[in-house]
Design a protein around this ligand. Structure first.
Ligand code: SF4
Ligand code: MG
Length: 325
């Protein structure tokens, strides 16, 4: 089966009581999210902070559970449950500062009983350090002795120790300098090729995910507003919000770069705008946009959009052909 997961169909509100450690009012953090991660491929979720992409990552890893809907995982290797691991934005926060790096990487080996002797564990830790571009002697050091990029290599080694087929990567490079970011992205692509890994990649930056992704889903306030093969999304961004995100990337042709887009803050997900939640910022918003939530349209080139005025957003006359929803 080419589909690793048909991940979501969360159509009812679910209660998210704790966000970033602080108790909050219940809210519909993500809603009606539906996507498929192709096995051996990379699906990226992109959107501004607060759009719900990290919530989706945590739902997929089981750190949160949905109040409705389902997550479906295809079987992993040998028919076993699919092994998934998560890589976080801030490696320093996810690595125990009091543990030596070799102990940090060995932990999943011990927990999952993947090696049966101390010698085999040490050999595997050395191999993992080499795989991520570090030296086996780095295992004797502590996380604070490394740079941000090296720490992200350590957390990748730790994730790989669990022999995952599926990696959920939540902004893995956004705390890093641009040049270091490129090195980590290259490493992740190499590892994907070598090991046949599947990625769900989360980022606020379309240019970061462009070269990683087979498909990209653009999220806004808890919903996917556009989802498309990467080439299609960059060549034919259809949703006004996708167009807005692309305008911030130099050297990408955006169809309406000249049109006034209302920037500003993303509205609060606790009390989202009515209808299409993007309407307060959308240059094309009309009365219907304020009243009705747009349905999802599927296009022949494999993209899906949720916008009432998607034809106008692309300079096409209203009624231009889109496939069924
Ligand atoms: Fe803009 Fe309306 Fe489309 Fe929403 S539905 S993106 S407000 S045109
Ligand atoms: Mg986040």
């Amino acid at each position: 089966a080419s589909h690793l997961t048909r991940v979501f169909d969360v159509s009812e509100p679910w209660l998210n009581r704790v966000i970033e450690g602080k108790p909050r009012r219940s809210l519909r953090a993500v809603d009606d999210i539906d996507f498929v991660v192709p096995r051996g491929g990379c699906l990226s979720l992109v959107g501004e902070s607060g759009c719900g992409k990290s919530t989706v990552a945590r739902l997929v890893t089981g750190l949160y559970s949905p109040s409705a809907g389902e997550l479906r995982f295809a079987p992993g290797k040998g028919g076993k449950p699919l092994a998934a691991q998560m890589i976080f934005q801030d490696p320093y926060a996810s690595l125990n500062p009091r543990w030596r790096v070799d102990a940090i990487i060995a932990e999943p080996l011990r927990e999952l009983r993947l090696r049966d002797s101390e010698a085999a564990i040490s050999a595997r830790v050395a191999e993992l350090l080499t795989t991520v571009g570090l030296s086996p002697t780095d295992g004797r050091k502590y996380p604070h002795e490394f740079s941000g990029g090296q720490r992200q290599r350590i957390s990748i080694a730790r994730a790989l120790a669990g022999e995952p087929e599926f990696l959920i990567c939540d902004e893995p490079t956004s705390a890093l300098d641009v040049s270091v970011q490129a090195q980590i992205l290259n490493l992740m692509r190499e590892l994907q090729d070598k090991m046949g890994l599947t990625y769900l990649f989360i980022s606020h930056d379309l240019s970061v995910v462009r070269h990683m992704s087979d498909r990209i889903a653009v999220m806004y306030l808890g919903r996917i507003v556009e989802e498309a093969p990467t080439e299609v999304l960059f060549a034919t961004p259809r949703h006004p919000y996708t167009q807005l995100l692309l305008e911030t990337i130099p050297n990408v042709r955006a169809p309406h770069r000249d049109r006034a887009v209302k920037g500003g803050e993303v509205p609060s997900p606790v009390n989202p705008p009515s209808g299409c939640t993007f309407h307060p910022r959308c240059p094309l918003a009309d009365g219907r946009c304020k009243a009705e939530r747009p349905a999802v349209l599927s296009w022949p080139d494999g993209s899906r959009t949720a916008c009432h005025r998607v034809e106008e957003a692309n300079g096409a006359p209203a009624g231009a052909a889109a496939g069924g929803a």
